[in-house]
Ligand binder design. Structure first.
Ligand code: HEM
Length: 208
């Protein structure tokens, strides 16, 4: 798909709703908001296409994941939301980081917030950009490192190991979206890829 991120700061509009809502309603609200969001604009052209051992995939594996990822691209928003709802179910402390940064008072406010919806979109587009740029190692590594670095700037108490918390929810969400197409070969390739992405974010964080 080849979309990249804009450098614009997500708007922080706080929902003032105080009524409790069901998780289905939360899911629907986030899904609807994400559907309204524009795809980030491309900010940089890719430059090269070389084999590089910093990318842990063979040419064939890169080809296979780009092909498989088309199945996710068609459902990228739902996959992203499923991933985050799982992440929050299992890790209250990660949800608290968003509460902190957006000044939300309740979990309901956070779940309905633009900040969270914006982040779901940014995470999925970052992963999309990484997967579709694996042939350009210099670009993909720089892009991921700079995002890792910016988490250091933005989140004072963020432990970079928290990036790993997204690994299982990501793999589960991909599995759910791809269904039968998630073969054991694809499982292995997605495992290698998400590990590469998270390791590179952490490297960037540590360089920051
Ligand atoms: C798992 C723990 C993570 C937490 C707690 C977290 C938290 C945050 C927060 C609070 C922001 C600022 C949002 C705002 O200002 O409204 C942010 C921005 C962002 N996050 Fe994350 N994030 C996590 C993982 C990731 C991952 C895995 C990716 C990419 C694969 C990612 C990509 C981004 C991007 C692209 C931005 C906006 C640009 C930037 O500041 O770099 N985040 N994140």
């Amino acid at each position: 798909m080849g979309c990249t991120l804009t450098a614009t700061e997500p708007r922080r509009v706080h929902s003032m709703k105080s009524e409790p809502v069901s998780s289905n309603a939360i899911h629907t609200t986030i899904l609807e908001e994400v559907k309204q969001m524009k795809k980030p604009e491309k900010i940089k052209e890719r430059t090269s296409s070389v084999l590089d051992n910093r990318i842990p995939l063979s040419s064939r594996q890169k080809f296979q994941i780009v092909k498989s990822w088309k199945g996710i691209e068609r459902n990228i928003k739902t996959t992203g939301i499923n991933m985050f709802l799982r992440l929050f179910e299992a890790n209250d402390e990660i949800m608290q980081l968003f509460v902190f940064i957006g000044g939300y008072k309740t979990v309901t406010e956070l779940r309905e917030s633009e900040s969270l919806v914006g982040h779901v979109t940014m995470v999925m587009h970052t992963i999309d950009e990484a997967i579709t740029s694996l042939d350009d190692s210099e670009y993909v590594i720089n892009m991921l490192q700079s995002i890792g670095k910016s988490h250091k700037t933005r989140l004072k108490d963020f432990d970079p190991n928290q990036f790993w918390k997204i690994e299982d929810p990501f793999l589960l969400a991909v599995k759910e979206t791809l269904g039968d197409r998630y073969t054991s070969n694809m499982e292995n390739i997605y495992n290698l890829t998400i590990r590469f992405i998270l390791e590179t974010l952490i490297e960037g964080f540590n360089l920051g």
